[in-house]
Design a protein around this ligand. Sequence first.
Ligand code: ATP
Ligand code: MG
Length: 327
Amino acid sequence: MSLNHLAQESSGAPLVQVEHLAMRFRLRGGQWIRPVDDVSFTIDRGEVLALVGESGSGKTTIGRLLLRILEPSAGRMVVDGRDITHIRGRQLAEYRRVAQMIFQDPFASLNPVKTAEDHLLFPVRKHRGGRPAEVSAVVDDLLTRVGLTPVAETRRKYPHELSGGQRQRLAIARTLAVEPRFLVADEPISMLDVSIRAGILKLLNELKRELGLSFLYITHDLASARYFGDRIMVLYAGKVMETAPARELVAHPRHPYTRLLLAATPGSSHQGALPETANIPPNLSESRQGCPFAPRCPLATEICHETMPAAEDVGSGHRVACHHLEA
Ligand SMILES: Nc1ncnc2c1ncn2[C@@H]1O[C@H](COP(=O)(O)OP(=O)(O)OP(=O)(O)O)[C@@H](O)[C@H]1O
Ligand SMILES: [Mg+2]
């Protein structure tokens, strides 16, 4: 069976629709935090949405919610026409064929006592069935697709015999074994050697183009978000600050927080960032009010501390949540 059939399917609705998503956690001290707060977005078929924001802004939590590793406290998630917000049991098992996760640390996501082929034979057999020779041919296809050739040699290798980049390729091949439509890639290159990062991003880009896969690409790094993302969504303390087509966001950032992030990117030509008023960690407390960036924002006025601004459409698919857009 060809993996390419996915690319041919089309439908008008976005593949992923997220509305007013929220997640609250209770900390040990008893207080509640809300690291995902009223987040809405869509991802089209074959589209990559890059999710950027500093540590603790809720990126991984959104990824885990979308894969239904976590169940949201509020909101709604529809993927490929199915409401997955509260699914369980058999429906959740079926959903695992639609959506898969690529983790930051490929070593931790592979089994050290299994060979490369062991990692693929089981999911392929379970997903498609078929005679051993057919299953084996699919395993070869998967290894070829992720660039782990010659396949006969790779099949017998254990994770420790592969390089970091090869391990991530194997982990990616395993996610493809169930023919997913949607991948959440959570910092998939940040633990890899700088020299091999570009190769992995290129592979993900090929999977997007050739298989028509959609991605939520989670990263700290605006340069890679700009390269791989079709659109970029900027998160701060669980709230969406700004969303725009990738080039547009990098060329014309409107939100003070995005401007700050861009100015902090190595090699960036953006000198337009305003000085931060204070470098304090984001407040995730459930009782917080207003825009969460206000305590750090040089433009903040009274209203920012009181009310979260609604996202405003500024044209070209660019949306910004800021009371002081004119500034
Ligand atoms: N199960 C949990 N229980 C309590 N708090 C949690 C839980 N999971 C995440 N958090 C908290 O939620 C906040 C957001 O975490 P999250 O991992 O989503 O951030 P992130 O943007 O992925 O950060 P990083 O860039 O460091 O990976 C953090 O303060 C984290 O400690
Ligand atoms: Mg994370």
